[in-house]
Design a protein around this ligand. Structure first.
Ligand code: ZN
Length: 298
C-alpha cells in the first residue's frame, strides 16, 4: 500500500470490505489535487483486488467534505510552479493556456475521475457525516449507495458563492430532482439528512455516533450478495440511467460549466474563472453559514 498523505485506507473482514476516508479533517476534507490523485489510486487498488466486494468512502473528522480546496496553502503550492507543485499540473492540459487548460485539467481531475469511480467494478457506499458541500456531492454521488448520520446536510453553494452553474459532475437533477436542483442552486441552501432520505438519495440515516459501525453492518449485507449479481444490479441501473440521458447530460453540463468559467475569466481583470463580489457574489471566504432550506420561510 503506498504512503498516503491525504486519504486513509482500512481493510475489513479479511479484505472483503475496504474503507477509504478523506483524511484532511483540519481542512474539512477539502479536495486538493494530491487528495484526488491519492483517492483515485486507492479506489483503483480496491477495484483491482478480487477479494474486495464493497468499498466504503468516508471522511475523517466532523464533516465529510467542504468541496474543492480553493485556497489552502497546500492547494496553492500544488498549482504554483516550484518544488511543491503537484506533477499533474504539468500534464493533462496543465501547460496549455486559457479555457483550454481549465477545461482539460477539470476534465481529468474533476470529471472523468468521478465518472471512473461511478463505474468502479465494485459496490461503493458513501458514509457521510456533517456537511457535504459542492464537490463533496460529486464524491458521494459517484457511489452506488449513500448512508449518512443524523447531522448530515447537503448543499451546492457554487451558484451563490462562485457564480457557477453547479459543480463539474452535474448529477444534481438526477439526485435532487429538477425543480429542487433549481431551488438549491439558486439559494445555496442545504437539505438535511431526512430530506435526502425522502428524496431517495440516502438509503439509511444512522445516529451520528453509530455511523461508522452501522455503515460496516450495511456493507456486510451488500458484500454477502454474489459478486456477479451485485455488479449486474449496479450495471443494470447505471446503463438504464445512461440510456435515459445521464451520460450525455453530464457531458453537456460539463461544457456549460466551462462556458461559465470562461465568462468569469473574461470579466475579471486577473482572469479568475469564478465570480467575485463586484458581480454581486458573497465571497466564499466571508459568506454566512449555509442554511437548511426551510419549508415555510423565504
Ligand atoms: Zn470548474
Amino acid at each position: 500500500m503506498p504512503d498516503n498523505r491525504f486519504v486513509s485506507v482500512e481493510s475489513l473482514d479479511d479484505g472483503r470490505i475496504v474503507r477509504i476516508r478523506l483524511n484532511r479533517p483540519e481542512a474539512r476534507n477539502a479536495q486538493n489535487r494530491g487528495l484526488l490523485v491519492e483517492l483515485d489510486a486507492a479506489l483503483s487498488a480496491a477495484e483491482e483486488d478480487d477479494a474486495v466486494r464493497v468499498v466504503i468512502l468516508g471522511g475523517a473528522g466532523p464533516m465529510f467534505s467542504s468541496g474543492h480546496d480553493m485556497g489552502s496553502s497546500i492547494a496553492v503550492n500544488e498549482r504554483t510552479p516550484g518544488p511543491d507543485q503537484h506533477p499533474t499540473y504539468r500534464i493533462n492540459g496543465g501547460t496549455r493556456a486559457g479555457a483550454e487548460r481549465q477545461m482539460i485539467q477539470e476534465w481529468h481531475y474533476f470529471f472523468q475521475n468521478t465518472r471512473r469511480w461511478r463505474n468502479l467494478r465494485k459496490i461503493t457506499i458513501a458514509e457521510v457525516q456533517g456537511d457535504v458541500y459542492a464537490a463533496g456531492l460529486m464524491l458521494i454521488w459517484s457511489c452506488d449507495l449513500i448512508v449518512c448520520a443524523e447531522n448530515a446536510r447537503f448543499a451546492d453553494v457554487v451558484g451563490t458563492r462562485l457564480g457557477m452553474c453547479g459543480v463539474e459532475y452535474f448529477a444534481h437533477p438526477w439526485e435532487f430532482g429538477p425543480r429542487k436542483t433549481k431551488e438549491l442552486m439558486l439559494t445555496g441552501d442545504a437539505i438535511d439528512a431526512h430530506s435526502a432520505f425522502s428524496l431517495g438519495m440516502v438509503s439509511r440515516v444512522f445516529p451520528t455516533d453509530d455511523l461508522p459501525d452501522r455503515t460496516v453492518d450495511f456493507a456486510r449485507r451488500i458484500a454477502s450478495v454474489p459478486t456477479m449479481t451485485a455488479l449486474l444490479v449496479k450495471e443494470a441501473v447505471n446503463q438504464s440511467v445512461d440510456e435515459m440521458g445521464f451520460y450525455n447530460a453530464l457531458n453537456s453540463c460539463f461544457t456549460l460549466h466551462q462556458l461559465n468559467h470562461a465568462h468569469w475569466a473574461q470579466i475579471n481583470d486577473d482572469k479568475l474563472p469564478v465570480a467575485k463580489e463586484d458581480a454581486g457574489i458573497v465571497s466564499w471566504r466571508s459568506a454566512p453559514a449555509v442554511a437548511t432550506a426551510p419549508k415555510d420561510r423565504a
